[in-house]
Design a protein around this ligand. Structure first.
Ligand SMILES: [Zn+2]
Length: 179
């Protein structure tokens, strides 16, 4: 799974349905029923559609098992700072001792949760999971999407990282390669 520097771009008509090759959109391995959803939206963002692309079992599992530690760490840090700040702005009606103990327990919970999430992520996110997760994220980019209307066929332009998938997809959907 070497990193591809360029994408293969395919444009084809879009009437809501697309034919899918039976290979993984990311790594090109044989794909069964598993799908990964990508969202296409037009320039104005007024029209959106979800398109499901086939993925192999390994890429599907890697994406499902990937633990997102970064958002937890960021939210945890913000919560920690806000909590410390509010500790110094104790409302008058609370007794100081109790308020301080409660605050320390609360801060410990935040710290423990952030540390636990990071350890958990480190353990589960093996090198293979990380690389498959990242490759799947970059497997496809919607370059252009023109929604279809009742009498007007839409159009979709997709950039694929996997040239093999792009070629098969182009053939199935009577598309053209775009430079
Ligand atoms: Zn795959």
């Amino acid at each position: 799974m070497e990193n591809k520097k360029y994408n293969t771009i395919v444009r084809c008509d879009f009437d809501g349905g697309l034919q899918m090759p039976k290979i993984c959109v990311s790594c090109g391995a044989v794909a069964g029923e598993k799908r990964h959803e990508f969202i296409a939206s037009n320039n104005l963002g007024t029209s959106k559609t979800r398109i499901k692309f086939p993925v192999c079992d390994a890429c599907y599992e890697a994406d499902r098992n990937y633990v997102h530690a970064a958002p937890v760490t960021i939210v945890g840090t913000i919560a920690f700072i806000l909590s410390v700040f509010s500790l110094f702005n104790k409302p008058e009606k609370y007794p100081s001792g109790l308020f301080l103990i409660g605050g320390i327990i609360w801060l410990s919970v935040i710290v423990a949760y952030v540390i636990w999430t990071n350890i958990h992520a480190h353990r589960l996110n093996s090198q293979e999971v990380i690389s498959r997760h990242n490759e799947l994220k970059n497997a496809l980019k919607v370059k252009r999407f023109i929604p279809f209307h009742r009498h007007i066929v839409g159009q979709i332009t997709l950039a694929f990282s996997n040239a093999q998938f792009a070629k098969a997809f182009k053939k199935l959907n009577k598309g053209t390669f775009i430079k």
